[in-house]
Design a protein around this ligand. Sequence first.
Ligand code: AMP
Length: 197
Amino acid sequence: MKHAGPAFSICVYCGSRPGADGSHITLARQVGRWIGAHGGQLVYGGGRSGLMGAVADAALEAGAPVIGIIPRALVEREHAHHGCTTLHVVDTMHERKRLMAEHANAFLALPGGIGTFEEFYETWTWRQLGYHDKPLGLLNHAGFYDQMLSFLQHTVRQGFMDEEQMRLIDVDTQATALLPRLVQAAGLPGPVDMRQI
Ligand code: AMP
C-alpha cells in the first residue's frame, strides 16, 4: 500500500543542550524513532544541537519527514540542521512559533531550558484561550518536571489555577505511552505501524 503523506505531525519542544544526564539524549532519540516508525512527521525548532538535534536525527534515520523552523538570527547560534527535509528560515521568533503550531497536530515538550518552557507555556495558554484545540503533552522523563508539576499543584491550591487547566496537559513519564495518546487525542486515525506498509 502506498502511504500518502504523514499519518500525523508532532511538534516537539526540547532543549538545545544535551542536559547533564545522558538519558535525555536517549529519550529524544526514542521520540524521534517512534515518530518515524509510526508514519509521523516531526516539526521542531530546526537546530542541530542538544536534544533538538537528537530528536531530528533519529526521526530522519527512521524515515520521518522533518520540518525545522528557525529564526534567521539563530541559524549560526543554534547550528541550523541543514539535513532537515524542509528547513524554514524565518524572520522572527513569533513567525517560528506560528509556523510550528500550524504544521502540527499535537505538541510535546521534553526536558529543556527556558526556551522549551516558554514554548510549552505559550502552547498551553493558547489552548486554554481556545486559540487552538491541539493536544499538548509533557514528558516527565526521569522526574525532570516533578518540581514544576508540584509547583503547578501549589498554584491550583492557592487558587490561581484550576484542575480544568491542568487537564489540558497530558503528562507521562513514558514516551511510548504518551505519544499514541497525543495522536489519538488529535482526532487522527492513529499511528501507523510502518512495518505493515
Ligand atoms: P532551551 O530549552 O532554552 O534550550 O531552548 C530550546 C529552543 O527554544 C531553542 O530553539 C530556542 O531558540 C527556543 N526558544 C528560546 N526562546 C524562545 C521563545 N521566546 N519562543 C520560542 N522558542 C524559544
